[in-house]
Design a protein around this ligand. Structure first.
Ligand SMILES: *[C@@H]1O[C@H](CO)[C@@H](O)[C@H](O)[C@H]1NC(C)=O
Ligand SMILES: *[C@@H]1O[C@H](CO)[C@@H](O)[C@H](O)[C@H]1NC(C)=O
Length: 96
């Protein structure tokens, strides 16, 4: 797996806000991509794995989308709640 370029790096959430985090790759296509959430003092918790280009997965107010070309992914938070504050990280696996 590999760390990807992510923006913004840290998420500071205003309640009720909609926001999007991007995870973009400068290298070729990923076979799969994972999003993790990490809270202070805790290990990363796997939220979703996306595999197919264009795939969309929903987890409550979080919507994850894998780019059609499998080179980027976005995390969209709708009507954010205070509990959504945290560090979201993504990692991709490349074809071997
Ligand atoms: C967030 O998105 C929802 C659904 O698209 C929309 O109804 C709402 O007005 C948006 N809220 C803000 C603060 O933009
Ligand atoms: C990441 O990719 C998305 C979708 O292609 C694009 O809108 C966004 O500007 C990119 N962000 C960065 C930092 O490259």
């Amino acid at each position: 797996t590999q760390q990807l370029e992510q923006s913004p790096r840290f998420l500071s959430i205003q309640e009720g806000e909609n926001l999007t985090v991007y995870c973009n790759s400068s290298t070729p296509v990923f076979s799969s991509l994972q999003w993790y959430r990490q809270d202070p003092g805790e290990g990363p918790v796997l939220l979703v794995t996306v595999v197919t280009g264009g795939e969309v997965k929903k987890l409550k107010r979080l919507t994850f989308q894998f780019g059609d070309a499998r080179k980027d992914s976005s995390l969209h938070i709708t009507a954010a709640q205070p509990g959504d504050t945290g560090l979201y990280r993504c990692a991709g696996a490349q074809y071997s």
